[in-house]
Design a protein. Sequence first.
Lengths: 328, 328
Amino acid sequence: MKKRLSISDIANDLGISVTTVSFILNGKAREKRISESLTKRVQEYVKKVGYKPNQLAKSLRTGKTKSIVLLVEDISNPFFANIADHIEQQAYEHGYHIIYCSVKNDEQRAKELINLFYDRQIDGFIIAPTEGLSDVINVLLKRGVPVVLFDRPLVDVDAHTVITENEKGAFDGTMFLLQEKKAKRIGFVTITSSQSQMKGRLEGYMKAVDSVGMDLLVKKINPSQKDEEVVDQLRDFIQDNKLDAIFFATNYLAINGLRAIKKYKLDIEKLVSFDENAAFELVVPPVSAISQNIPEIAKQVVRILLSQINGKLESVEKVVVPCKLIAR
Amino acid sequence: MKKRLSISDIANDLGISVTTVSFILNGKAREKRISESLTKRVQEYVKKVGYKPNQLAKSLRTGKTKSIVLLVEDISNPFFANIADHIEQQAYEHGYHIIYCSVKNDEQRAKELINLFYDRQIDGFIIAPTEGLSDVINVLLKRGVPVVLFDRPLVDVDAHTVITENEKGAFDGTMFLLQEKKAKRIGFVTITSSQSQMKGRLEGYMKAVDSVGMDLLVKKINPSQKDEEVVDQLRDFIQDNKLDAIFFATNYLAINGLRAIKKYKLDIEKLVSFDENAAFELVVPPVSAISQNIPEIAKQVVRILLSQINGKLESVEKVVVPCKLIAR
DNA sequence: CTGTTAAATTAAAACCTTTTAGCAAAATAC
DNA sequence: GTATTTTGCTAAAAGGTTTTAATTTAACAG
């Protein structure tokens, strides 16, 4: 690999000091009273030889990397992929750049990554946390590292948070099944983990079902199982309880629900899922969705993180963003 | 933010030199003849105070970041998301860590990102390139930066490449429509761009259709259009040509095809797509798929990149990985 | 022509590592 | 008892920036 030019190469070539070059390159020429003529000469030379400052050295000196880590469970989930896009857009406009990490359900890996990036002086973290991450996130907070959680808060972590109106969304979705779809027996499918967004959704479902005095029918799926097992469990859940409607707490559960319905030719037509998926509008029966306001979530997340980085945030912010029903 | 410990803090605290600490921390204690007792003392102290070396300084000194950039068009595409997972896994096992970048169709952004990461001394690049990136990738190559392209080669770039057997896959898929599904009029839907993997797939389709003397029926979609427009174009394509089967050159085209079929109640049942999507098994009619061997692609990509990084690669490698038909 | 102020530039320290080359003390050889 | 080798450790340079504090040169006042 060819040796890269350094700022002192430029300075030597032009017979001036490194300091001068640095000032000019950082737009401080005027402030530092570098003459117009020299400024121009340096800029032209730098352009001509294609010199680019070494960002590692820059970061080492300034302590800033202009990079933000975005840590999610599964970047292939369209919800997270979409959020990632919007967050990247927003951050980019402020001169920051996003490093994604997708950690599936490997908590150990997540912890390692957080530490790794902390060691690399990342300027801030945006995290959709799993429960096991409380400790490592608390360490970040104690060290004063800017952090924003989204999608789900952690009970034992007092960090800035942006979440969706989970309870209201699930309530509305369930009411839709009750009132528009005239459902009589509505099952609720969630995961075993006690992630708080899931709790909120369960609350919303319960509130709606309770309001008409209907039975609560809840299935908790262990997401680390194979898909086939999940499919069979869902079949049993539907059949055993004679369900005529289901509310899925999240999109990948709904996908497995659809697999069960198709595989076992189950007669159930009234379906709602939290979050979207390309399949929902294409299948028969279609799946209605509670769609989160992704651009708004992204906007809030970035706003809060940048405020933290720039040191203008006193109290802990907890933002709740509305969501809406896509009826199908 | 609290001041971080540095290696010289450790050295001072223990009354020894920085060099010694560095040697011990880098596992060179034995080689450099540091006594067992001192080694142990340092290790224990480092653990106790929780010192972590500053990776920026380390990278600045060594010129290695142990990071690899993975640049794809759209990380929410299950094909890329899946590849990303496997590549990350592989790289991780060798002590490398992956930075994803998803650049949609923003070529300018892609170029900026490549330069940005080059400036940050990334150890290597894994890229699913779009055509416009030829120049910037050639610059990387000229500078001796390790690069592997995958999914699609670039005609004017002589880089290591890992691709799927596109032509064979499309040929098999088309023959499946002909022989198993008894299709009579098979349309081929691709994108306007001349990405080479798309060309290969078109070739495969043509070869199969030619072999039975059937008409070539090809539609090129401009992917920067709105989905609704694409849907309407696909309806026209299907109706105008009285198609009874379609081969979609990639999964997101198939999704729009399904939208068209559903929206306009089109009577077409014989569908094949390159790449998978969760919807394919769930919709009626289901979509058969040409599934790429993702673990193998990831394995090859990482192997080649690491060989480059470690300087043990002479000639340019072009690897072709087989794919297989998932009949539905 | 001297003294003061302003303008233009720079030397050197700092950020935190790794690594080369070398030193002092202890051990061994003769 | 001296010469050589081995052991255990370290000083200092290098990697490429930014930034503080200082220095030189030019301009101006008297």
